[in-house]
Ligand binder design. Structure first.
Ligand code: GLU
Length: 451
């Protein structure tokens, strides 16, 4: 793939070994293959990485923790879930990455997310290693008390692996302000320490950072703005589609609207809302952030909007597409439809939302395609800003923090662009992100010796 990027035999052999050693973990294989496909020329330029077996080492997590999470529902019935934390790489900083609570979670999902996190975190320019965790617990339809009991049980094991200087989780799908509050409360109780920087995404009144809530979505929009700038274009008046309606989607829509774009559709796992006049964000926020309802109810509040049950959001013609729901939500067919309908730019707010076939379609069509590990790095970057504020017992203003986020996203865009060009793949942000993220971590691994 990608101009001049040889996927040489050695890398193919490494990939086959990773697949054989980690059977049944399809998403992890997919994430590894995508990174490894970019690294042929890197090995050619850096024989020390090959000698030190950096690729083989980077594909093996430093530590994987799996535990039982028992909890009781409001009727007193006992439930057993599984907890995971994969501490993937700590060469450039503490383990850092979110927790996902979703019934689809198993080791392969956590490992794909943890693996991507290594390179994403490196790209931010901040000193953070890669990790991910979560559970197959489904917060949907659970009462606040049930979620609290689950979080307390989950943290009762996890706490011993965490620490400001060790491992710092945050949120992801199914883990937002409410869950982080319960998790932090239990950590504080067990350790008898107010260790603010042990978790990020905290509430504003108890150690959180302004802009963290908005950061992933805002950052993804800044990334699109930069990609369009290269093409001498702007977001002004662009017709946009944003999948999902969770935290990432909401703040993607907010920033797109602030920059003059028109967002006409969003979705949840049940269906799609199409509102040609432009999505009313206040309604989405009320339904999703306050009432925890389904997006179908949007149509009751807006008679001119259309709800399409089980609809495919990528069938809606748009100029900018921002997948902000979950992995593999755009397949090859969806990508072809987007390109055929005149889509100019795709930036991934979700992690790995495009299948390998979809990525190929975008690249062959030469549209601006920003992969998740670059485009959605604003979330974790702002987590690192939250850690800075916690460490210095300071809190920054919204404007100051947002400016920092904007600067980081521009830096990531520039780095990925320049790296791709240096490796003969101008405009290929996949190659740029994989190579730049990998080289930073690989250099640190060489410097730290065989550990
Ligand atoms: N879960 C987010 C991500 O995928 C944020 C992680 C963090 O803030 O640590 O990057």
């Amino acid at each position: 793939m990608g101009a001049g990027l040889a996927f040489d035999e050695r890398i193919e052999t490494i990939f086959q070994q990773v697949r054989a050693r980690n059977p049944g973990e399809d998403e992890f294989h997919q994430a590894v293959r995508e990174v490894l496909e970019s690294l042929g020329q890197v090995l050619a330029k850096h024989p020390e990485f090959a000698e030190q077996k950096i690729i083989e080492r980077i594909c093996e997590p430093e530590r994987q923790i799996i535990w039982r999470v028992p909890w009781q529902d409001d009727r007193g019935e006992v439930h057993i879930n599984r907890g995971f934390r994969v501490e993937f790489n700590s060469a450039i900083g503490v383990y850092k990455g979110g927790l996902r609570f979703h019934p689809s979670v198993y080791l392969g999902i956590i490992k794909f997310l943890g693996f991507e996190q290594i390179f994403k975190n490196a790209l931010t320019g901040m000193p953070i290693g890669g990790a991910k965790g979560g559970s197959d617990f489904d917060p949907k339809g659970k009462s606040d008390n049930e979620v609290m009991r689950f979080c307390q049980s989950f943290m009762t094991e996890l706490y011993r692996h965490l620490g400001e200087y060790r491992d710092v989780p945050a949120g992801d799908i199914g883990v937002g302000g409410r869950e982080l509050g319960y998790l932090f409360g239990q950590y504080k109780r067990i350790t008898n320490k107010y260790e603010s920087a042990v978790l990020t995404g905290k509430g504003i009144g108890w150690g959180g950072s302004l802009v963290r809530t908005e950061a992933t979505g805002y950052g993804a929009v800044y990334f699109v703005r930069e990609m369009l700038k290269v093409r001498k274009d702007t977001l002004e008046g662009k017709r946009c589609v944003v999948s999902g309606s969770g935290n990432v989607a909401i703040y993607t829509i907010e920033k797109l609207q602030q920059l003059g774009a028109r967002v006409i559709a969003c979705s949840d796992s049940n269906g799609v809302v199409l509102h040609e006049k432009g999505i009313d964000l206040q309604t989405v926020k009320r339904l999703k952030e306050v009432e925890r309802r389904r997006i179908s109810e949007y149509a009751s509040a807006h008679r001119d909007a259309k709800y399409i049950p089980e609809g495919n959001i990528w069938d809606i013609p748009c100029q900018v597409a921002m997948p902000s729901a979950t992995q593999n939500e755009i397949n090859g067919r969806d990508a072809k439809t987007l390109v055929k309908n005149g889509c100019l730019a795709v930036a991934e707010g979700a992690n790995m939302p495009t299948t390998p076939e979809g990525v190929r379609v975008f690249q062959e069509a030469k549209i601006a395609y920003g992969p998740g590990k670059a485009a959605n790095a604003g979330g974790v970057a702002t987590s690192a800003l939250e850690m800075q504020q916690n460490a210095s017992r300071d809190s920054w203003s919204f404007e100051f923090t947002e400016k920092k986020l904007d600067g980081i996203m521009s830096y990531i865009h520039q780095t990925t662009w320049e790296t791709a060009a240096e490796y003969g793949a101008t405009g290929n942000y996949v190659a740029g992100a994989n190579i730049a993220g990998f080289i930073k971590v690989a250099r640190a691994m060489v410097a730290l010796g065989l550990v």
